[in-house]
Structure formats: C-alpha cells, structure tokens
Design a protein around this ligand. Sequence first.
Ligand SMILES: O=c1ccn([C@@H]2O[C@H](COP(=O)(O)O)[C@@H](O)[C@H]2O)c(=O)[nH]1
Length: 224
Amino acid sequence: MSNPIFLALDVPQIEAAKELAGKVKGHVGGLKLGLEFFCAHGHHGVHEIAQLGMPIFLDLKLHDIPNTVAGAMQAIHVLEPAIVTIHAGGGRAMMEDAKAAAGENTKVVAVTMLTSLDDRDLSATGVQGSAHDQVMRLAELAERSGLDGIVCSGHEVGAVHKQWKHGYFVVPGLRLAGNSVGDQKRVVTPRQARDDGASVLVIGREISRAEDPLAAARMIEATL
Ligand SMILES: O=c1ccn([C@@H]2O[C@H](COP(=O)(O)O)[C@@H](O)[C@H]2O)c(=O)[nH]1
C-alpha cells in the first residue's frame, strides 16, 4: 500500500518548501502546493518542487464560471499534477468542464465543505442543515458530474465512502490526539481518517511546524 500522506507545503519561499520536503522524503507519499505557494511562485515554483520526484497535488480550489475554470485547468495541464481541487459549489457544469479539461492522469476532486467550518458557519451562509448533510449532498453532485472524488473532513468520509464505493477521498483537518487544532473545526486523527476510507491524508502543520519534521512524519506514518 502506498503512503497516503500528502504534506501541505504552506510556506511562502521555494527554498524553505524544498528543504522541508527533502527532510521527509520517503515518509510522505506526495506534496501539496496550495494558494499561498502558487500565487507566489506559479508554474516555476511547481517545476522546482516537482524535481524532488514526488507526486504533486495542486490545491487551487478553483471556483468560477465553467469557461474560466476549464481555461485554468488547461493552463495547469502542462504541470501534470496528480490531484487538483475545485469547489463543488461551482455546480455541475463547472465540475464537468473542469474534468473534461484536465489531463487524463490528473484526479479532479471537489471541495465540499472546508474543514475550518462547522454547522454554525454553514447556517451563517444561509444553507439549511448540518455540515454532514451538506457534504453528502455535494459528494453526490460531484459523483454525478464525473469527478474522481471529493475533499471532506474525517467526520464525513466514512458515510461518503459507503455511498460512493470507488471514489477518491481527500481528507485534511488531521491532528494527533490532544494537539492544537488551530483554525480547523472538523478534525480527526490520521488513523481514524484512514480507517474510515480516506484515500489521501493531507497533513500540514503537524509536520511542518514540528521541531523535528522528519520525526513527526515518521511518527504519523507509524500510526497508520
Ligand atoms: O477543507 C479543506 C481543504 C483544504 N485544506 C488544506 O489542507 C491543509 C491543512 O493544513 P493543516 O496545517 O494540516 O491544518 C492546508 O493546506 C489547507 O489549505 C484544509 O485544511 N481544509
């Protein structure tokens, strides 16, 4: 079984990102580059990180009209990312067009509800029901739109997995028991997410902010 951990390289400098990724090489299965890194360094930055030889997850969370998102997908095609995120809230046509524009080796997954939000936050946006209901609804829409999978929290992944047997499930919001959750609200341990059917475990600060990132990565790997 390949290592499901993708390390979130949420650091602004290329050299710092490379150094961190180099330290944990062999103990994570891939590297996640998000908005902070991509806005600062664009394609050049992605090429630099790709030279480390690990699968790249471009967490761009695209959300716009279908034509614009399809154009963005075409523009990143050349980077050959293993995974790209879009927002399920963009609707069916946007998701269909994004998938059609992606490279055939790229998994396109839809963010359902950010792990930094809870039921109250959802209600404040005017959406009725619980976070769980919202994730289930958007997961069904993503599946019907032909996507490879979704991003959800560890609170929902078990239920989504039962409903969508061959989906690809990306789970952030992961913390070891007792550790600070920071800005995350729907949190589980990496082991819990894995046991409930996560395909990819996104881990950032538990490794990147650890005194010894290699020791942290090895320890988390050992819990799986
Ligand atoms: O719902 C979501 C979607 C994406 N993320 C991203 O995952 C990492 C999590 O970082 P931690 O430091 O492990 O909390 C980060 O890059 C987010 O942009 C998410 O947390 N939740």
